[in-house]
Design a protein around this ligand. Sequence first.
Ligand SMILES: *[C@@H]1O[C@H](CO)[C@@H](O)[C@H](O)[C@H]1NC(C)=O
Ligand SMILES: *[C@@H]1O[C@H](CO)[C@@H](O)[C@H](O)[C@H]1NC(C)=O
Ligand SMILES: *[C@@H]1O[C@H](CO)[C@@H](O)[C@H](O)[C@H]1NC(C)=O
Ligand SMILES: *[C@@H]1O[C@H](CO)[C@@H](O)[C@H](O)[C@H]1NC(C)=O
Ligand SMILES: *[C@@H]1O[C@H](CO)[C@@H](O)[C@H](O)[C@H]1NC(C)=O
Length: 413
Amino acid sequence: MNWTKAAIYTVVLAIVGPFLVDHLYPAWLMIVNHPKLLPEISEFEDYKIKFADQIRNCEDVVLDEKRGTAILSCDPGRDKWNTVMGTFIDPSWSGALWYYNYPKFAFHEEGAIHRMEISGMDPEAWMKFHPLGIGYWSSNRTLYVANHSPLGPTIEVFKVNKQVTCVVHERTISHDLLNTPNSIIPISDHEIYITNDHKWEVKEHRQMATLETYLSFPGGSVVYMNLHTNETFKVASLPFANGIAVINGTVLAVASTTTPSVNIYAIDLETKNITRTQKISVPFWVDNLSVDSNGILLIAGHPWAPAVTKVSKTNHLYQLGEGQEEGLPMEQRPKAPSWVAEWDGNAKGELRNLYVGKEYGTSTTAVRDVGRNIGIVVGLYEKGIMLFKSKPRLAKKNGQRGLWPSGKESVFD
Ligand SMILES: *[C@@H]1O[C@H](CO)[C@@H](O)[C@H](O)[C@H]1NC(C)=O
Ligand SMILES: *[C@@H]1O[C@H](CO)[C@@H](O)[C@H](O)[C@H]1NC(C)=O
Ligand SMILES: *[C@@H]1O[C@H](CO)[C@@H](O)[C@H](O)[C@H]1NC(C)=O
Ligand SMILES: *[C@@H]1O[C@H](CO)[C@@H](O)[C@H](O)[C@H]1NC(C)=O
Ligand SMILES: *[C@@H]1O[C@H](CO)[C@@H](O)[C@H](O)[C@H]1NC(C)=O
């Protein structure tokens, strides 16, 4: 090959390469992750499914580790109303926030999960509350909730009481740059980053949104918002931006579901702009991210996208329980497997699988309280929550990460 030819190949590859990677990789995953080939993995020391008769369809969970309380965003109405997946049968069954005080020995105790009382919200808005991602700033107990209301997408800001049992509505935010808000992460007591999963909303532009998803078009975005000045601007565009988490004060992780990857960005603390420093390919359609107090990123998602689509389209036909007593028997319900992994950016940066399986399906978010060694996985179309205990890890040479040391404060404090 002569020099010019090599140069042309290089240029062509440089242009087409990323496109091929972004499109061939998911195509390859469609084959290797087929439910018939998918291995069952559990690297948890133990796990159990709890509260299956009380809650369903939880998209997100955040922990208040100081108090040992989990706040969950669950929407039993999602079976008939999902603005991300494009289900628009009936929006009238609304979602809610729940809290669960998990004691240190939560694993051996019954425990109880309760609905959080919401006050100060306009009754009409409250009736149409469809919570998706939630973000929590624990030091002043501010809770941000992405709300996919049929009246239009908003971010609802709540104050959580000291006991973490109820919330008072403070403010509703809507903005042109928040057209498909999905996940929210606070970076200070008055600043948040929000992801928008699409440029086109499924409800208004079904074809464009579908094309955007299938072509991995970078129409999703990350938006910065300052709640004191109301300054709002876009800091990044990427395909199907989904979960968002802060690894430490200056490092942000954003999931791109359709490429499937986790993108790592450096935050410029002066301008709040972000610059991508790394892209980690993940062997499943990444949904949400969280960071534990050791700085380890927990990644949850879906091994096989068609299975989730099928569940989202058919779930409403089954006897799901509260609000849906009629229907086909639950045993016949299709299930979509889950995949949960973790990534330690400080170590070699390998991905470690924690759970792959169907027993608890459609995993969207995994969180872990390091001190109590209790974790929770929630599933978009699943009944109950999955409680897990991690295996102890061998101490590292530098002694930084031993057997789940307790103590280190959460990055959110
Ligand atoms: C994902 O998790 C993060 C923090 O763990 C949260 O801030 C975000 O809102 C979540 N998003 C969704 C869609 O669950
Ligand atoms: C706490 O939260 C609110 C958002 O409701 C924010 O505007 C406020 O400045 C925060 N900080 C303090 C110290 O109150
Ligand atoms: C920000 O927006 C809110 C509600 O839209 C408004 O009440 C507030 O005065 C605004 N603040 C500033 C500094 O513009
Ligand atoms: C955050 O993580 C980055 C990359 O691992 C590191 O360079 C930086 O020093 C960390 N910052 C803090 C405040 O820990
Ligand atoms: C940061 O983002 C803002 C708003 O998008 C833009 O005006 C500014 O030029 C950016 N700054 C840098 C240093 O890139």
